[in-house]
Write a protein that binds this ligand. Structure first.
Ligand SMILES: Nc1ncnc2c1ncn2[C@@H]1O[C@H](COP(=O)(O)OP(=O)(O)OP(=O)(O)O)[C@@H](O)[C@H]1O
Length: 256
């Protein structure tokens, strides 16, 4: 069964058509990555799929149309990590990650020992324990990006939507974060839909990819099928060389 089914997704922002009839599906436990040049509509499509933007077409999570679920049901089904989330001022890392547990806390109730344990667990997994008491605005960009992911993981949803989850991370933390998500996928059957710019890394982790260009799907398939010299030349206007790597195609931009 598909965890995510998207049919004819259309998004207009201030009257401009940004996402133009996208069909996409992600199987339970699958990792799908959307790539595409700047402005292609990747973030917009992801936000619509996450139920954070008004859209035309159909989005189903585990077979249920997204707009039929209550806020609480949505939060239990899907966790989204945006590129630049709005952060409450002066909030400490622990409390911010605890916000991920909001759907599990009864109205007017308090967090349980299980909620606190879930927060502790992700802080350890993401190498963030020593930051627990720090205010978010005092963290570096990469540290903050890991905190945003921590909040989404603490939410414990089965579907994880990640918009450029590693753009601010150094190469070590990049691998650490992606390996953690991949491990959770293997252990908990997490379904991942991500957008990424680093094409080699995108291809290493994705089962399938969608190449978006001007709001439409220009190519889809396995990383080897999507990451081809003609596709990248046409849509990124760049000359690349594709080298066969152990874990997928290595994409190298070449001059001229
Ligand atoms: N309110 C708006 N009105 C008109 N156009 C908008 C509006 N908001 C965003 N856009 C445009 O929508 C397009 C798609 O933006 P989006 O952020 O989805 O692209 P993206 O593929 O994620 O790009 P990037 O790789 O640069 O993050 C961009 O050209 C952007 O300028």
């Amino acid at each position: 069964m598909s965890a995510i089914e998207v049919e004819g997704l259309t998004v207009r922002l201030d009257g401009t058509l940004i996402v133009d009839g996208v069909d996409l599906d992600v199987a339970e436990g699958e990792w799908v990555t959307v790539i595409g040049p700047n402005g292609a509509g990747k973030s917009t499509a992801l936000r619509a799929i996450g139920g954070l933007l008004a859209f035309g077409g159909t989005v189903r999570w585990h077979g249920v149309p997204a707009d039929r679920l209550s806020r609480r049901e949505r939060a239990k089904a899907v966790a989204t990590v945006l590129q630049s989330p709005v952060v409450p001022p002066a909030m400490r890392v622990f409390d911010y990650v605890l916000l991920g547990r909001t759907p599990f806390i009864p109205p007017l109730g308090r967090e349980s020992a299980m909620d606190l344990a879930a927060v502790e667990e992700v802080l350890v997994a993401l190498d963030l324990e020593s930051f627990a008491g720090r205010r978010l605005e005092t963290l570096s960009g990469g540290e903050r990006q890991r905190v945003f992911l921590a909040r989404a993981l603490a939410q414990g949803a089965g579907i994880l939507l990640l918009d450029e989850p590693t753009s601010a991370l150094d190469i070590g933390h990049q691998q650490e974060v992606l390996e953690l998500v991949d491990r959770l996928r293997a252990e908990r059957g997490l379904t991942v839909l991500a957008t990424m710019h680093d094409l080699t890394t995108a291809g290493e982790y994705a089962d399938r990819m969608f190449l978006l260009a001007a709001g439409r799907v220009a190519a889809s398939g396995t990383p080897a099928e999507v990451l081809t010299e003609p596709h990248l030349a046409e849509h990124y206007r760049v000359k690349v060389r594709i080298i066969e790597g152990d874990r997928g195609p290595l994409v190298v931009a070449v001059r001229g």
